[in-house]
Design a protein around this ligand. Structure first.
Ligand SMILES: Cc1cc2nc3c(=O)[nH]c(=O)nc-3n(C[C@H](O)[C@H](O)[C@H](O)COP(=O)(O)OP(=O)(O)OC[C@H]3O[C@@H](n4cnc5c(N)ncnc54)[C@H](O)[C@@H]3O)c2cc1C
Length: 462
């Protein structure tokens, strides 16, 4: 039995809800949603952002190790030029974060550069604050601690959403909508077609305090077990380790086997001394992560795994003797929830061949399966506008991990900087649609492209 099987039902009474009107609703203030909301508001739209946590940030601040990637994979392809291919609002956020001392910028990888050429590591707490401040400066009406629970649909148009918070339920009417919930909650509520591939492990990640990274590095080096390695600015000092990965198979059998059993990856980034920002614990679910009961069990299991993980590290790995769990995600992180059917589905061939389209809204050059799967010649592929328009709905976009059915292609499109790029594209498009009173398919691509380029988005010549 799981949370979808019920035999007992209660009929809810219809209620009159207080209502408000906006131009654009951005559902979910995570990796994509923050950028989408800033983009929509800067475009002049009266924008509301709805986020269930008490802060914006999403999986970028809960799960990932590094922000992959604003650059092409130039280091893996000798002779290929280094290019910053994602710019605009995502890059502005990172530049501000660097200024706050909350990001490493983009120092070059020393080892593991056939995976990513640079390491952009963040201070998770300053990322949240920076996102919050940028949203406020852009004039976004930010509702945190607020859950989107319903959609108001008329024919093929979305008219509004239902929100729930401690202040009660309310309706928000708007002209354009962007689902950035990661799970596809708005699209599903709106009646969009979707599937739930359940093709990834879920994870919680812990930040570990009291870790001697240099000692950890010496131990890995002595065992020929250094995986990823990058030096950058840490606690304000330059040329210190900011990314370090270990090859567990070369370490004691007890550690290697124990780490495998709990899905622990020996890879971290940091911007602070004595701190491992992310150590990930992975877990395969038997049901999709939309299943509440399966997730409840997994939340407990992951916390037990974290305890085992820190115990293993203390026991076997020099540098971790006094480590403690300093941070965990408030709830488990997903790599994919619902896959929403859109007008175009980016294919594996599109990604690896580095294809561009006549409606590209940004370009991207990172693949999470590199070096096994790489984008041709260290180049980029384009994200077409159509890939973000939800099938069967006139005024709903999706941005983030909800697109791309092919697992291999999704291993590129789901990464943070790609999600941020989708955010800028959809937020801008939603604002233009609201201003022109048109649906997503009636928006002129040249208008959208001009607005994106004006806001600093980089596009390749086709
Ligand atoms: C464990 C893990 C490690 C990863 N490591 C990396 C990495 O190292 N580098 C990298 O580039 N990428 C990494 N990724 C991938 C990347 O971080 C994510 O794919 C990306 O951040 C997803 O962005 P998103 O905007 O789609 O979703 P999210 O960032 O999850 O944003 C969704 C937001 O919507 C909110 N929300 C959800 N439902 C509702 C609702 N009904 N009402 C209101 N709010 C709602 C959530 O609270 C959240 O803030 C990792 C992913 C995971 C899970």
């Amino acid at each position: 039995m799981n949370s979808t099987h019920h035999t007992l039902f209660h009929e809810e009474q219809a209620r009159k809800l207080p209502a408000r009107t906006f131009d654009v609703v951005i559902a979910g203030g995570g990796t994509a949603g923050v950028v989408a909301a800033i983009a929509a508001a800067r475009q002049g739209a009266k924008t509301i952002l709805v986020e269930s946590n008490g802060y914006p940030g999403g999986v970028a601040v809960e799960g990932g190790t590094a922000i992959h990637s604003f650059y092409n994979l130039w280091k893996a392809f000798p002779g290929v030029e280094k290019r910053q291919v994602v710019r605009g609002i995502p890059a502005e956020m990172i530049e501000r974060l660097v200024g706050m001392g909350g990001c490493t910028g983009a120092p070059e990888m020393q080892h593991g550069y056939d995976y990513d050429s640079v390491c952009t590591a963040i201070d998770t707490e300053l990322y949240k604050l920076n996102a919050f401040e940028m949203l406020a400066e852009a004039g976004v009406y930010v509702c945190v601690n607020t859950l989107l629970v319903g959609a108001i649909r008329e024919g093929s148009a979305l008219k509004g959403v239902i929100l729930e918070s401690r202040a009660g339920r309310e309706a928000i009417y708007a002209k354009s909508f962007v689902d950035c919930t990661g799970y596809g909650d708005l699209a599903a509520q709106a009646g969009a077609s979707f599937s739930e591939p359940n093709d990834y492990a879920v994870a919680n990640s812990m930040g570990l305090g009291n870790v001697d990274l240099e000692k950890f590095y010496q131990y890995l080096a002595a065992n020929d077990a250094v995986g990823d390695l990058c030096y950058g600015t840490r606690s304000g000092k330059e040329d210190l380790i900011i990314r370090l990965g270990g090859r567990s198979a070369r370490l004691p059998e007890g550690f290697h086997r124990g780490a495998e059993e709990i899905g622990m990856t020996l890879l971290t980034t940091t911007v602070h001394d004595n701190y491992c920002m992310f150590i990930k614990l992975n877990l395969r679910l038997t049901h999709s992560p939309t299943d509440r009961d399966a997730v409840s069990q997994a939340e407990l299991e992951l916390r037990q795994r974290m305890r085992k993980g820190v115990t293993l590290l203390r026991q076997y790995i020099p540098g971790f003797e006094n480590a403690f769990i300093a941070r965990t995600s408030p709830s488990l992180c997903i790599r994919r929830g619902r896959l929403i059917a859109c007008d175009y589905d980016i294919s594996h061939a599109d990604v690896v061949e580095g294809r561009h389209f006549n409606d590209d809204v940004f370009v991207y050059g990172f693949h999470d399966m590199a070096p096994r799967i790489q984008i041709k010649d260290g180049g980029t592929y384009g994200i077409p506008y159509r890939a973000l328009c939800v099938q069967g709905l006139d005024n709903l976009y999706v941005a983030g991990m909800m697109i791309t059915s092919d697992h291999r292609a999704h291993m590129s499109t789901r990464n943070t900087v790609s999600c941020m790029g989708m955010g800028q594209a959809t937020g801008t498009a939603a604002a233009l649609c609201a201003q022109q009173d048109c649906g997503s398919r009636d928006l002129s691509y040249s208008d959208l492209r001009a607005a994106l380029v004006q806001a600093g988005v980089y596009l390749e010549a086709v």
